[in-house]
Ligand binder design. Sequence first.
Ligand SMILES: [Zn+2]
Length: 70
Amino acid sequence: MTLQEDRAKEKVWLCLKCNLPLEMGKVAISYMGNAFPVDLPRCPGCGQVYIEEDLALGKMFEVEKLLEDK
Ligand SMILES: [Zn+2]
C-alpha cells in the first residue's frame, strides 16, 4: 500500500488558501443546540472545513430524523 495509489483513487481536495491536501477528520456540527460528530475534509494548515452542499443537506436531514425519533 502506497500513499500515491491511495491519492489516485480518492478525490483529493486542496485548500484554496494553503494549497494543502485536506484530511478527513471528525468535526462537530451544531444543530438545534446539540453537537454531532461528522467526518469532513479539513485543512491541516488553517483548519478550514469544507462541506459539500449535498453532504450538508443530507446530514441535516439525518439529524432531523434522529431528533424526531426520540
Ligand atoms: Zn488551509
